[in-house]
Design a protein around this ligand. Sequence first.
Ligand SMILES: [Zn+2]
Length: 82
Amino acid sequence: MSNVPAQRATAHPASLTQAGTSPSGNCPDCGSDRMTALAMTLTDGTPVQFASCHECEHRQWTHEGSALEFRDVIARATKLKI
Ligand SMILES: [Zn+2]
């Protein structure tokens, strides 16, 4: 009984074209163009684009074309008063 569910996360097809334009092209770290970009909104309402590299797992956020510091993103994202 080797009925493995469809959960093979090994090789994704290279056709995962997300909506929207690619962030800034290539990864600033390794130069790979295998970047995934997502649009998201921080807790304070700032719309940002999150991009992550599949090769080296570099991650970056950009807002209106300029890169955000990771700590800045965290600071904005943790403005919740609990
Ligand atoms: Zn990279």
